[in-house]
Design a protein around this ligand. Structure first.
Ligand code: CXF
Ligand code: ZN
Length: 378
């Protein structure tokens, strides 16, 4: 029995920016009140992990345990936890769902204000780490998940119990990519059947938006990317038309989309993280009702530039979406049921799988652009 005691296990520690992760033995403290210790079954690599692995300035910090897309089994729970018990299959989520604040109680938001989203080096509730290396030095957490470890400790507000019928190498995808993209289409945008969607950037998030749009019955799904190979890939996710934004000739991208769609797309999703592309997406959306969803992460301090006159006359909506607007505790199980009911297919996302000891290979694959998702088995 390990409950109540520290656990000695392996973790992939990010010690220096951009340097290969080091698999080492670490100590994982038992869960404090309102916390859960989880044995990770598998985790997958997201671009945000790479961004924070490379970053040399705050909020970067080292040594850190990255990873935020995972599934695991509850090993033990701290005091005041009755929502989950030992043996439950759970997904740790980087977004909290405390269930108590005005935002969590509202159907309209997934932005918990008790434990707001932030890139923080500690647990959300106690400003402490549950990880130490064998020299006794604290290792920092990442996005309240830190799944690149055989065991992690997560606050109960960041844990969702799921149906154990879902295979782990599909379940982990709901921790970030799939929930973010499918949620943005089905929840934030609420794409209706028959609509026309434009997706700016066909990385894993853009592809997940295409999946979601397809699920909602979108008729036309226009993918935009600078890499022409993305069209063949995109087709597997529901993309029906493709624009290479480098080949628009003397027209702007929005002119091309407005002409293609006879006035603009009903829904536009910016999945790159470029202010200028947000502006193009907004310009590409249909006057009167077009909705643009910002999903990409631009450089800190980046600004958007819109003419006040144009906004006044547009009748358009511009909004952001974190984690696809998904409320972790209530919406995730519903999304997982759609997978189990074979409505939502996820096989196309998992292009690679590696053993935990080969985690650095997953970084290489994602950086080379050779993979959509690489699942890492513990
Ligand atoms: C992201 C969400 C946007 C800010 C950086 C982290 N989460 C997961 O990839
Ligand atoms: Zn992510």
């Amino acid at each position: 029995k390990t409950a109540g005691k520290p656990i000695l296990c392996k973790a992939a520690v990010s010690r220096e920016p951009g340097e290969p992760l080091v698999i080492e033995e670490i100590m994982v403290a038992p869960p404090s009140p309102y916390e859960v210790r989880i044995r990770i079954i598998c985790t997958s690599l997201c671009h945000s992990d790479i961004i924070f692995w490379k970053l040399k300035v705050p909020p970067a910090c080292f040594p850190r345990i990255l990873g935020h897309e995972a599934v695991g089994v509850v090993e033990s729970v701290g005091e005041n936890v009755d929502e989950v018990a030992e043996g439950d299959v759970v997904i740790p989520t980087f977004m909290s769902d405390c269930g108590e604040c005005a935002d969590c109680r509202s159907e309209k938001s997934n932005l918990c204000s008790k434990f707001p989203f932030r890139v923080h080096p500690w647990m959300p509730r106690y400003d402490a780490s549950r990880f130490t290396d064998l020299k006794g030095e604290a290792l920092y957490h990442f996005l309240f998940v830190s799944s690149f470890s055989e065991y992690t400790v997560v606050d109960i507000t960041h844990v969702v119990k799921i149906d154990p019928a879902i295979p782990p190498n599909r379940a982990c995808l709901f921790g970030c990519c799939v929930s973010t993209g499918v949620g943005a289409a089905c929840k934030t945008a609420n794409v209706e059947a028959g609509s026309t969607v434009a997706i700016f950037g066909l990385g894993s998030i853009g592809l997940a938006v295409a999946k979601g749009a397809r699920l909602c019955g979108a008729k036309r799904i226009i993918g935009v990317d600078i890499n022409p190979e993305k069209f063949e890939i995109g087709k597997k996710f529901g993309v029906t038309e493709f624009i290479n934004s480098k080949d628009c000739g003397n027209k702007s991208l929005s002119q091309v989309i407005i002409e293609m769609t006879g006035g603009g797309a009903d829904y536009c999703f910016e999945c790159v993280g470029l202010g200028s592309l947000v502006q193009e997406a907004y310009a590409s959306s249909r006057k009167g009702w077009g909705k643009t969803i910002v999903m990409g992460v631009d450089k800190p301090g980046a600004q958007l530039n819109f003419s006040s006159f144009d906004v006044l006359h547009s009748g358009k909506v511009l909004t952001g979406s974190l984690f696809g607007g998904i409320k972790a505790k209530s919406d995730l199980p519903v999304l997982i049921k759609r997978y189990l009911d074979k409505e939502l297919q996820l096989d196309e996302f998992v292009t690679h799988e590696v053993k935990f000891e080969d985690i650095n290979k997953a970084f290489e694959l994602l950086i080379e652009g050779k993979c959509i998702r690489c699942v890492i088995w513990m």
